[in-house]
Each structure stands twice: as structure tokens, then as C-alpha cells.
Design a protein around this ligand. Structure first.
Ligand code: BES
Ligand code: MN
Ligand code: ZN
Length: 508
């Protein structure tokens, strides 16, 4: 990952591959963002005009490279677009998310470079934290499976070093912001690695091994239930989904505890390492990216490790519900009835609605420990993608105030999300003539229905929210801002901020 440093050095003398400045879209053409003053001076105050001549507008994510002034040690100035300029008089009001995205676009464009200096508006430590996250997340590359070029890895790795200009290297608040950003980004990028790892190399056992090693490294208690233990414990959901696969399921419990904690959170992640649909097989065109179906578990894993590394004063338990959904002679059939961990029976009418089955067991198990709140994260339904598109996740909950809090936190960290309802009348469609409930119901509103199904397994009186990240978990399109192609790590930052808020006593 890119190394981050702070510096108050004069820009002209900096030895770097590029100097990054921000340019926004003004009413009459591109305008420079604060932080670029010294660079602009070296262009005799005409940098915005030069950029306009080159066709730059300041639009979000736009990258324009131009030769640096002759007396600069760095050869290139890279202007990154910030989008619409803030209203007049408020020229420092670039939001954290605007800075995070711009830093991400710049870092991606600088892939393979050794060092770049960022002359962006770092008006406070939070802004520096956002730029740091943007650089570290935007520079992410997944090249483990690419041909080795001799340097151990593929040629164009991430930017080597990012120098944030205009801040004293010893400033405590800024240093803390950089440190937090580094911790969050390291774990978020590890979650992306897990999501991007092909399913022939990441089965439930392999995922559990990665989680176990990380937990041990960071003082998190870990417990792994294998098939034998799951059978003994009566985890019919996890076992039923894994029945068709040659790979065994796992339930991983990661427990981070703080001696100063007043509250406890449980995070539950869907960890289907590959979702073929099972006997209700997905058609070609729908299964090529289904290695991403463990993105919820990857996010939960990352969030617990971050909580531990930051030493948050809250107890956080992560539950990774890991299984592979495959068709075979031993697979669960549409029509089979599973006895779940909670004791409820479920008639499986569609084996492709498998996420709710593994989650139901994990949510019921998590409920036994009576946490103050449960948040589950899952690539659960195509319907949520249809409703919200592929950049926004849906939030449902059994508590409106908690749903609002989660939504506000998601907004704040730059993870687009939207609150969705749980219409009671949809319960009717899940009535089963044989079992307590069926795993599917009417097609209309099936993203909401999945939430209603999960709600049945939440312990009495426990606040719960469900994040359906099927849309934003995996980016099949071109990279944008700090979001790469492939696994995105969506929901990690929401969970981390939720844990921080809970630790601070800001939430119920
Ligand atoms: N993993 C899928 C949902 C999904 C789809 C995630 C696309 C990411 C991208 C989930 O297990 C699934 O198959 N859901 C079904 C449920 C249906 C059978 C009720 C769906 O949404 O079609
Ligand atoms: Mn499925
Ligand atoms: Zn699935």
C-alpha cells in the first residue's frame, strides 16, 4: 500500500514524480482549489487558464497532466477534477467525500509512480484523513493472478509514496487522522482481496484461516465451528446451503472486547464463497461474478479487525456465515425442509435464496449473546440492485431510529445507502404448508421480503439492521473515484463509524 507522509516543504524543490492539485468546475470555467497557490504562482497565476486551454473542466474524476514549470524538481503537474466548485466565499468547503474521490482518481492515475505530492485543500485533520483514504483505497490493485514481471508482482503497482503538502509532519491531529485512514484502508483493501480471490482458492475453510490469522495478530478472540460442530449445534441453515458442495461450511466468531466498553455490537456477514444458485441453478450470465457473494462477511471481518486495531471502547463481535452454494447429488432440493439453529423450520422453495438461510443461523446465534444491536451485511438480492442501482445499498431494520442512524452514518463516510421498508403484508407470501416459513415469497418486493425473512431470526427485543449490498459490493464497470473494478469493500466504513459512534455513546 502507498506510504503517507506530511510535509511543509516548498513545492518547487520537491523531488517527486508529480505534484497533484485540485481543480473544480466554476461558473466560467475551471477554478483552482486552495492548496494549489504555490503551483499556480509558478505558472504566473495562469494555471486555471492553461487547464482550460487543455480542455479541462474540473469535472469530478477528470485527470489532466501537464509539464511542471521549468524550475520544479517534479516533472509533472496533475490536476484532478473535484466537480462543482463550492458557492462563492466558501472556497474551502470541499466535502470530505469530494476530496476522498479526487485523491482516489489521482492515485489511480499515478499507479506505478514512486512518489507524488498532493497540494489539496487540507483545511483540517478530517480533510487529510479523507485524502489519505482516497489515496490508499484508490491506488488499490489486485494483481496476484497476473503474470510475474520479475519484481515479484505485476509491473504497475500502486503509487509508492504520497506526500500531503502544507502540514507539519509532527502535527498530532493530522498524524492521528493519517493513522486511522491507514488502518481502515489496510483492512478494507484486505476485504477487497478476499472478494477478488477466485472461489477455487477461497472456500469457507480458507476464508476462516485468513480470519483466524488476522484475529490472532490483533488480539481478537476467534472461534471456528466446522461441519462437525455445526452438525452438533444444529445449524440447519448453514449445513443445508453447503450440502451440495465439496467444501465444508464454517461459522467464524470474532470477538473484540474492550475493558472500557459500555455497549456491544454484533456484525453478521453473508459469506457464500461461491453462489451457483444450487439446484435452482443460475443461468449463464448470472454466475460469473458470484465469487463476490462473500462480500458481507469480508466487510464484517474487516470492521472487527479495525475496531481492535483502533482500540475502540465498544465490544464488537463478528459472525462470518461461510458456505458454498453448489448443485450436486447431495445438494438441498427445492422442497426440502431445514431445521434452523433457532429451532424454526424452513421450506426451501428456491435454493438460490441461500444467503438468508446461512444468515438466519448466524443472526439467531448472535442474538443469544444479547448485543445492543445486530447489523447484518449481505449481497442478498438482485431486487435491491434493481431498486437502487449498483452504487447504493439498501437498509432495512426493525427500528426506524436505528435505520436512520445507519443511513446517516453511511452518508457521512461516503457509502451511498438508502432506507427501505419492511411491509408486513409480504409475510403472507412466505407461508409454507409444510414448515414454519418458506425461504421465498412473492416476487414483487423480494429485496424487502428477504429482510422480513431475516427479521424472524432476530432475538426478541434486539435492535437490528440489514444492509443489502448486492448493488455496490462488486464493481463490474470502470473504476471511479477511490472505487476500483471488482470488490469494493462497501459497508466496512459504515460499520467502523457505527462502532466509533457507539463507543462515543452517540447512539441510543
Ligand atoms: N447472491 C444472490 C444475490 C445477488 C445477485 C448478489 C446479483 C449480487 C449480484 C442471492 O443469493 C440470490 O440469488 N438472490 C435471489 C433471490 C431469489 C431467488 C428470491 C435473487 O435476488 O434473484
Ligand atoms: Mn443465490
Ligand atoms: Zn447469494
Amino acid at each position: 500500500m502507498t506510504a503517507l507522509t506530511l510535509s511543509t516543504a516548498a513545492v518547487a524543490g520537491l523531488r517527486a514524480d508529480a505534484i497533484v492539485v485540485g481543480v473544480a468546475k466554476g461558473a466560467k470555467g475551471p477554478v483552482l482549489a486552495p492548496g494549489a497557490e504555490a503551483v499556480n504562482k509558478a505558472y504566473d497565476g495562469g494555471l486555471a487558464d492553461v487547464l482550460e486551454t487543455l480542455g479541462a473542466s474540473g469535472g469530478e474524476g477528470e485527470v489532466t497532466k501537464l509539464p511542471a514549470p521549468a524550475r520544479f524538481k517534479a516533472p509533472v503537474v496533475l490536476a484532478v477534477g473535484l466537480g462543482a466548485a463550492p458557492e462563492k466565499g466558501a472556497d474551502t468547503a470541499y466535502t470530505e467525500e469530494v476530496l476522498r474521490r479526487a485523491a482516489g482518481s489521482a492515485a489511480r492515475a499515478l499507479g506505478g509512480a514512486k512518489k507524488a505530492a498532493f497540494a489539496l485543500p487540507l483545511t483540517d485533520a478530517a480533510a487529510a484523513g479523507a485524502v489519505s483514504e482516497g489515496v490508499l483505497l484508490g491506488g488499490y490493485v489486485f494483481d496476484v493472478y497476473k503474470a510475474d514481471t520479475g519484481n515479484g508482482r505485476n509491473a504497475k503497482g500502486p503509487l509508492g509514496e504520497a506526500v500531503l503538502l502544507g502540514v507539519k509532519p509532527r502535527d498530532k491531529a493530522y498524524r492521528a487522522a493519517l493513522e486511522r485512514a491507514t488502518t481502515v484502508s489496510e483492512e478494507l483493501n484486505r476485504a477487497r482481496d478476499l472478494i477478488n480471490t477466485p472461489p477455487n482458492d477461497l472456500d469457507p475453510e480458507a476464508f476462516a484461516a485468513v480470519a483466524t490469522a488476522a484475529a490472532k495478530e490483533h488480539g481478537v478472540k476467534v472461534q471456528v465451528l466446522d461441519e462437525k460442530a455445526l452438525t452438533k449445534g444444529g445449524y440447519g441453515g448453514l449445513l443445508g446451503v453447503a450440502a451440495g458442495s465439496a467444501a465444508e461450511p464454517r461459522l467464524v466468531k470474532l470477538a473484540y472486547t474492550s475493558s472500557k466498553a459500555k455497549k456491544s455490537l454484533a456484525f453478521v456477514g453473508k459469506g457464500i464463497t461461491y453462489d451457483s444458485g444450487g439446484i435452482s441453478l443460475k443461468p449463464a450470465g448470472h454466475n460469473e461474478t458470484m465469487k463476490c457473494d462473500m462480500s458481507g462477511a469480508a466487510a464484517v471481518f474487516a470492521a472487527v479487525i479495525v475496531a481492535a486495531r483502533l482500540g475502540l471502547e465498544v465490544n464488537v463481535t463478528g459472525w462470518l456465515a461461510l458456505a458454498e452454494n453448489m448443485p450436486s447429488g447431495s445438494a438441498t432440493r427445492p422442497g426440502d425442509v431445514l431445521r434452523m439453529y433457532s429451532g424454526k423450520t424452513v421450506e426451501v422453495l428456491n435454493t438460490d435464496a441461500e444467503g438468508r438461510l446461512v444468515l438466519a443461523d448466524a443472526i439467531a446465534r448472535a442474538s443469544e449473546e444479547k448485543p445492543d444491536a445486530i447489523v447484518d451485511v449481505a449481497t442478498l438480492t438482485g431486487a435491491m440492485m434493481v431498486a437502487l442501482g449498483n452504487r447504493t445499498y439498501g437498509i432495512t431494520a426493525n427500528d426506524d431510529a436505528f435505520r436512520t442512524s445507519v443511513y446517516e452514518i453511511a452518508e457521512e463516510v461516503g457509502e451511498p445507502a438508502w432506507p427501505m421498508p419492511l411491509p408486513e403484508h409480504l409475510m403472507k407470501g412466505m407461508e409454507s404448508s409444510t414448515a414454519d416459513i418458506a425461504n421465498v415469497g412473492e416476487r414483487m418486493g423480494s429485496g424487502l421480503l428477504a429482510g422480513l425473512f431475516l427479521r424472524e431470526f432476530v432475538g426478541e427485543g434486539i435492535t437490528w439492521a440489514h444492509l443489502d449490498i448486492a448493488g455496490p459490493a462488486f464493481n463490474e464497470q470502470a473504476p471511479f473515484g477511490y472505487t476500483p473494478k471488482g470488490g469494493t469493500g462497501t459497508a466496512v466504513r459504515t460499520l467502523v463509524r457505527l462502532a466509533e459512534r457507539t463507543a462515543d455513546g452517540d447512539l441510543g
